[in-house]
Design a protein around this ligand. Structure first.
Ligand code: HEM
Length: 248
């Protein structure tokens, strides 16, 4: 049976199965992210307080379990894929080459998104759902809950924005980077990518001009704008970074 032959070879079944598991977990995660952003948030804005509270406790709570564990599995299978990719001793060569530059770009956004899920979205959603639970049982409303909901919402929209560039470079690493013969100018490229990444992430966390900064309102208040900003980020990184800065 082919699937058991040369199991651990560099592009053998282990690598393939890890890739499959990585993408399966990834679609589960990003599918739920898009459900939250494009469907749930607009729908919840139209629900009554009671209906929203019940949906938060019964629906969002369950969806968030799949969401955060899918993010964890995507991350872990992604790291395993990376170790299989470089074939051990060639890791440095792989990472500084074309495919490596692409996958490191995807991973920068993917790992940030993973940290946003566990460190910002889930931490704040626990406060929001805990408050809904408490109020439903006749307890006092937690005054912290609205601010926690806003922090979770900003990080979630930031992840939606990042997801477009992240997924492009995940796929580009193995299927698009081959268009380039060689690359140079990587320091300037990384400067561009890191400045854009740091500005957007720090803004979403409220570290630049607060949680309601002009950028946050423009990029994150409406999910349609988030999609445009997402493609805008990808366009800058691809056309300026890959077409202008990187070709040797
Ligand atoms: C969380 C951090 C992540 C890490 C560390 C990571 C790592 C990797 C690595 C090392 C590869 C192999 C690249 C190559 O073939 O050269 C890869 C490919 C890929 N990843 Fe990720 N990834 C992450 C997140 C995601 C997410 C969220 C998705 C969403 C679906 C995703 C989807 C993919 C896809 C579609 C491929 C390409 C498979 C192929 O072209 O055969 N990854 N990833």
């Amino acid at each position: 049976m082919e699937i058991f032959e040369n199991f651990a070879d560099p592009s053998g079944p282990l690598s393939f199965l890890t890739r499959f598991a990585h993408v399966l977990a990834g679609v589960t995660w990003i599918g739920l992210l898009y459900f939250f952003n494009f469907v749930q948030v607009p729908a919840y804005a139209e629900l009554s307080d009671g209906a929203r509270s019940e949906a938060l406790r019964k629906l969002t709570f369950r969806a968030l379990w799949w969401f955060r564990y899918a993010a964890l599995l995507t991350f872990l299978f992604g790291l395993l894929l990376l170790t299989l990719q470089g074939d051990g001793e060639n890791m440095d060569v792989y990472l500084s080459g074309i495919g490596g530059t692409a996958i490191l770009t995807g991973m920068l956004f993917g790992i940030t998104m993973f940290l946003n899920v566990w460190g910002v979205i889930w931490r704040n959603q626990k406060i929001v759902i805990g408050n809904a639970e408490n109020v439903a049982n006749g307890g006092e409303a937690n005054p912290e809950a609205p601010a926690a909901a806003k922090r979770a919402a900003r990080a979630s929209r930031c992840n939606t924005l990042f997801s477009i560039t992240m997924l492009f470079f995940m796929v580009f690493a193995a299927h698009g980077a081959v268009w380039f013969d060689a690359i140079g100018g990587t320091a300037v490229y990384w400067l561009l990518v890191l400045v854009l990444w740091a500005f957007i992430e720090a803004s979403a966390l409220g570290l630049i001009g607060g949680i309601d900064s002009a950028f946050n309102k423009a990029a994150f208040d409406k999910h349609t704008n988030t999609i445009w900003f997402g493609f805008g980020l990808l366009a800058i990184i691809y056309f300026v970074g890959w077409e202008l800065l990187l070709p040797a």
